[in-house]
Design a protein. Structure first.
Length: 196
């Protein structure tokens, strides 16, 4: 599995889309380091500051710094985060370029809104943004401001490799023109989520 060393994987998707579950499954298969923004948020933020614009930027900066330090050792790193903004993703692309590291977006989707609502209900806790008021408000708010990955480009002008995981049907797709290592990774994800 040497082709899957020196690899940066960035998760992408809305709240309750299955990002963290997929990241854990993939991390286990690849023996990868997982850098999770929700864990960093728990480390440094208060309930009042956890989801402010300033704190979100600080959390992403820390996540990317941690990923960068791991990549120096030719390891596999998964950043478990929403990556809703293009400038956040651009910073990840720049790190991959700096270390000549392969990078791929694992885009988790869940078109089944009823399943999303069920997941949100199950995950509510005192520190989550949906703990008070309308439990779906955070989902709709972040979905409204998310910038699509389709327009992204790496510093070299290429489109980033993307693997889409539909966690409502457990199907995995990637473009046929991707390099063999991307298709290999797609197969590993498919097996990890028990695709038949």
């Amino acid at each position: 599995m040497n082709e899957l060393r020196n690899l940066l994987i960035i998760m992408h998707g809305f709240q309750a889309s299955g990002k963290s579950t997929t990241a854990k499954l993939l991390g286990r298969e690849l023996d990868a380091h997982i850098v999770a923004t929700h864990q960093i948020r728990a480390e440094i933020a208060t309930k009042e500051t956890a989801y402010t614009k300033e704190m979100t930027k600080k959390i992403y900066d820390i996540a990317l710094e941690r990923a960068e330090s791991i990549l120096r050792g030719n390891e596999v790193v998964i950043i478990d985060a929403m990556f809703a903004k293009r400038d956040q993703r651009n910073l990840a692309y720049q790190i991959a370029e700096k270390y000549n590291t392969k990078i791929v977006i694992v885009d988790c989707i869940c078109p089944d809104i009823d399943l999303i609502k069920h997941r949100v209900e199950d995950r509510v806790n005192i520190d989550s943004p949906e703990a008070e008021g309308d439990k779906m408000e955070y989902y709709y708010r972040t979905k409204a401001v998310t910038e699509p990955i389709e327009g992204d480009e790496t510093p070299s002008g290429d489109k980033p490799a993307t693997i889409v995981v539909d966690t409502s049907t457990f199907t995995v797709t990637s473009h046929q023109d991707h390099e063999p290592w991307v298709r290999h990774l797609s197969d590993i994800i498919a097996a990890a989520v028990k695709i038949v």
